[in-house]
Design a protein around this ligand. Structure first.
Ligand SMILES: *Cc1c(COP(=O)(O)O)cnc(C)c1O
Length: 429
């Protein structure tokens, strides 16, 4: 049986062994919308949001969903109805956020390289806060704010230089020697400069230590460093700091890992935050949507070559790049459970050896035409997809109880060439 240990409530097996999303058969969705297609459970998204919200309830807090994990407008609206704010990393995300109805004051803007135009757009909209990552950005934002006759509210994103253990080194951002944030030993100086800039308003301290983080220790140690910095800042007259942003990164279950223990996290952090009198901000992305989504695909054929067996699915690395980009593990399950299993490579049709979802994995014996799901793909799935091999980007479907809707239509061939000019307008200046 394709038993799954995955925790999200949105997907379950019926008595006959069929994987369904809430009250909707994945078979029905595949028939109506085609494959490959991302399928999301709105219930699972709401439950994750609510669980985190409950765990943080003992202190004043704000949940700013990190929309780069999945920025679908309908998903954003589901979260807005729950009371979420957003963490954005680009002008394009600001645009999407506004399209989804978020008020500017529910938005914080992170990112290691913000363009002047992006700063202008966000400041013009009156967002809650800029998470500033460098001395350069302090100067730049101060100048932009001055030219607009405004004061920009900021938090300093500090790199607390804690040891973080994530599945891949690409997803560690809070250790010494990476591009993110202001090194902890320069943070006091950065704050001094910010306090001296007339068009900045220092409202918070911020960190984001990595993604898919299981342990509490890096959060606890990072928080201690931020709080230590906070008392030094108070001593030099910083009086407007209200927010302590501990970033996102809370882990979800891909295989059989224990997910982030929210109660333990709360117990480790909240007493310190309460004592500081500051409001807590968190920026979870993956935690909210990761397990709420699957990539539903069809097996095109099975192939034996060089002593190995391959399952070739109609989804490819361009639809889900995490296995190839991060060596990420994603569970692969048959929609209709099978009793027998074999060891196979699950691959896609793209002309790249890196086009795989699972290597030497024991999976259920599915045949050509059968449906499979690649699980825990609600985060960093569709948003990282691309058009390599001129493959149209897939559709996204949201399930709500016993109904479903296409929330992003599948791209057409025409969409693939829409932005390319013809006839050409040659110019020399
Ligand atoms: C990506 C990112 C997040 C969210 O990370 P998750 O691992 O998806 O929770 C939060 N804050 C910042 C600044 C980020 O870049």
């Amino acid at each position: 049986m394709g038993q799954s240990v995955l925790t999200a409530s949105g997907f379950a097996r019926t008595a006959s062994g069929e994987l369904v999303c809430e009250g909707v058969s994945l078979e029905t969705i595949a028939e109506a919308v085609g494959t490959p297609v991302y399928v999301y459970s709105s219930r699972a998204i709401r439950e994750q949001f609510d669980a985190l919200d409950r765990a943080l309830a003992p202190v004043p807090h704000r949940l700013h969903y990190s929309m780069k994990a999945n920025s679908n407008l309908t998903l954003l609206r589901v979260l807005r109805e729950r009371g979420a704010g957003l963490d954005i990393v680009s002008g394009g995300e600001l645009f999407r956020a506004r399209e989804a109805g978020y008020s500017a004051d529910s938005i914080v803007f992170s990112g290691v390289g913000k363009s002047e135009q992006e700063l202008r757009e966000a400041l013009g909209a009156d967002i809650l806060m800029f998470n500033v990552e460098s001395f350069f950005e302090l100067e730049q934002l101060n100048a932009v704010a001055k030219s607009m006759g405004k004061r920009a509210p900021i938090a300093l994103r500090v790199n607390p230089e804690v040891r973080v253990n994530t599945p891949h080194h690409y997803t560690r951002t809070g250790e010494r020697g990476n591009k993110f944030g202001i090194p902890i030993d320069e943070a006091l100086e950065a704050a001094r400069r910010a306090l001296a800039m007339p068009n900045l308003l220092l409202r918070g301290l911020d960190m984001h230590i990595g993604s898919q983080v299981f342990q509490l220790e890096p959060y606890r140690d990072g928080l201690d460093r931020l709080l230590d910095l906070y008392s030094q800042l108070r001593a030099i007259g910083a009086s407007e700091i209200r927010y302590l942003d501990i970033g996102g990164g809370f882990a979800v279950t891909y295989e059989d890992e224990a997910p982030m223990d929210l109660d333990a996290l709360a117990a480790a952090l909240l007493p310190k935050i309460r004592k500081s009198g500051l409001s807590l901000i968190v920026e979870p992305g993956r935690f909210i949507v990761g397990n709420a989504g699957v990539l539903l695909a069809r097996v095109m054929h099975r192939k034996r070559a060089g002593g190995k067996e391959y399952l070739i699915s109609d989804a490819g690395m361009n639809d889900l790049v995490r296995p190839s980009h991060y060596d990420a593990y994603h569970a692969v399950e048959a929609v209709h459970a099978r009793d027998t299993r074999s060891i196979v490579d699950v691959v896609g049709p793209v002309c790249e050896s890196g086009d795989f979802f699972a290597l030497d994995r024991e999976v259920e014996d599915v045949d050509a035409g059968d449906l499979i799901v690649i699980r825990t793909t609600g985060a960093y799935g569709y948003v990282m997809s691309f058009n390599y091999n001129a493959r149209p980007r897939v559709a996204e479907v949201l399930v709500d109880g016993d109904r479903f809707a296409v929330v992003t239509r599948r791209e057409s061939y025409e969409d693939l060439v829409r932005l390319e000019s013809q006839p050409l307008e040659w110019r020399t200046d």
